[in-house]
Design a protein around this ligand. Structure first.
Ligand code: NAP
Ligand code: MG
Length: 488
């Protein structure tokens, strides 16, 4: 069994061996809390390394498929136990590497354990249906079979949960995996992979390779031995994945950005709504794909809501997420930090009014990190860039609507359709919202962020390819159906 040592260089995991890349070159993963702190070194892998990883997965696929679903599930129970044992270390690494607070990092890692146990249980659930044949002497049924080798490409914002919600179903349904994590959070990803490694999966079933998106990521999606690709990240890269996969006719799944609205009606419980907007907008420093970034408020309660929101936002303590009492950490990287600052400037130029936050924190403990206070813009016009483009940071746009109909129209006025919320006490309004809103996740009197691992997750319009992850829905993507007809 290979385990990671305490050394700070994290290797690739290919054919059950932790190996250096052929380039021998590494890049630093730095902490957004202090850019001089190196969380670990990761390998800049090459096409040659990728060949080895894909070929290992290809060679392992037949035996893994034949092992049987229940047996594959047993491995996932082991991985879950190992992850649970290492929860504190992995959560701390996650906080250091991408900046979310320690309680959030622990919550995410615990979520990873629960996802593993859910898919371990899938090992014992059905993988087909019996369908009556028109021939009374025949037996007809469907049998789900694995795709083969699945490429897994993930973003940095949930470096524990997203890889697990892709790899666990891929594996239990019988696929082998080549996993390329986001470079910004590759040390955390390596520690997650180590839990799979320690569970003693057969050789080649799970392979892990770090390196740049343009070399390793692109090489992976273009690889002829790949049978499926699951991707979460930006639309720009998603488009590249789609082109490559559709040109070769392989199955692919994309989960991308969001510009998630939350509507507050005139009859809403405003205190509960403020709490939800703050949590949905600013937790994880606004870097959740389901974060609320547009808050659309009915004019009758607009001023009262705004006042309460600003008051509560100003209480948010920003700082090093490892420290107790810190509610919001830094932006995850320098480039995210620059993007947030850029959009704050754009918002001002467009004529919106910055009524809270948006300040870069300075002073000893902040100077080396990427800290910015949670920002609220007032007088936002729904067509402004800050109301249309995904910022992926702690910036909320407040928009006034005359009535529910206008609010829903504004909510739908974007290319995205991941998640959407409404706060209302009126049954008619909530039913109207459920019917009319264009979003894959529809949330009533709850924040727009928040996923349940046993339910389908995914977006509409530009947020997704329309396929769903998690829960039973994952089976649809990670398998193909054989329709079997047996004549007696
Ligand atoms: P990104 O830049 O698209 O990167 C995502 C992954 O793709 C990374 O592993 C990246 O590697 C890799 N990559 C880059 N170029 C590639 C290429 N040419 N071919 C193949 N892979 C390539 O996204 P991100 O900045 O990490 O994540 C933020 C985005 O993810 C946001 O838009 C957010 O909304 C979205 N997101 C969506 C969901 C959802 O479920 N809908 C969940 C979380 C995040 P490198 O890191 O090495 O560049
Ligand atoms: Mg980092």
């Amino acid at each position: 069994m290979q385990t990671l040592s305490k050394e700070t260089t994290y290797k690739n995991f290919i054919n059950n061996q932790w190996v250096d890349s052929s380039s021998q070159e590494t890049v630093k993963s730095i902490s957004p809390m202090n850019k001089e702190e190196v969380v670990g070194l990761i390998h800049s892998s090459t096409k040659e390394d990728l060949e080895q990883a894909v070929s290992a997965a290809d060679q392992a696929k037949k035996a893994w498929r034949k092992l049987g679903q229940a047996q594959r599930g047993q491995y996932l129970y082991k991985v879950a136990d190992i992850l649970e044992k290492n929860l504190d270390d992995i959560a701390e690494t996650l906080t250091k590497e991408m900046g979310k607070t320690l309680p959030e990092a622990k919550g995410e890692t615990a979520r990873g354990v629960a996802i593993l146990r859910y898919y371990a249980g899938e090992g014992m659930r059905k993988n087909g249906d019996v369908i009556p044949s028109s021939d009374k002497d025949a037996l007809m049924f469907t049998k789900r079979t694995p795709l083969g080798v699945v490429g897994v490409i993930t973003p940095w914002n949930f470096p524990v949960a997203i890889p697990i919600w892709k790899m666990a179903p891929a594996l239990v349904y019988g696929n082998t995996v080549v996993f390329k994590p986001a470079t910004e959070a590759a040390v955390t990803a390596a520690k997650v992979v180590d839990c799979f490694a320690q569970a003693g999966l057969p050789e080649g079933v799970l392979n892990f390779i770090t390196g740049s998106g343009s070399v390793v990521g692109q090489g992976l999606i273009d690889h002829p031995l790949l049978n499926g690709i699951t991707f979460t990240g930006s639309e720009t890269v998603g488009e590249i994945v789609a082109k490559s996969a559709s040109a070769r006719g392989i199955k692919y799944q994309l989960e991308m950005g969001g510009k998630n609205p939350i509507i507050i009606t005139k009859d809403a419980d405003l205190n509960a709504a403020v709490e939800a907007v703050i949590s949905g907008g600013f937790r994880s420093t606004g870097q959740k794909c389901t974060a609320s970034s547009r808050v659309i408020v009915e004019s009758e309660v607009y001023d009262e809501f705004k006042e309460k929101l600003v008051q509560e936002t100003e209480k948010i303590k920003v700082g090093n997420g490892l420290q107790e009492g810190i509610w919001m950490g830094p932006c995850a990287s320098e480039s995210q930090f620059n993007t947030v600052k850029h959009y704050i400037e754009i918002g001002k130029k467009e004529g919106a009014e910055l009524i809270a936050g948006g300040d870069v924190l300075t002073g000893e403990e902040f100077d080396k990190g990427f800290y910015i206070t949670p920002a609220i813009f007032d007088n936002v016009n729904p067509d402004m860039a800050i109301a249309q483009e995904e910022i992926f940071g702690p910036v909320i746009a407040l928009i006034k609507a005359e009535n529910l109909e206008e609010a829903i129209e504004m909510a739908n006025n974007t290319k995205y359709g991941l998640s959407a919320s409404i706060f209302t006490t009126n049954i008619g309004s909530l039913l109207e919202f459920i019917d009319e809103i264009e979003a894959g996740l529809v949330r009533i009197n709850a924040e727009s962020a928040g996923v349940e691992l046993q339910a389908p997750f995914g977006g509409m319009k530009g947020s997704s390819t329309g396929s769903r992850e998690q829960g039973e829905a994952a089976q649809e993507f990670y398998t193909s159906i054989k329709t079997v007809f047996i004549k007696g």
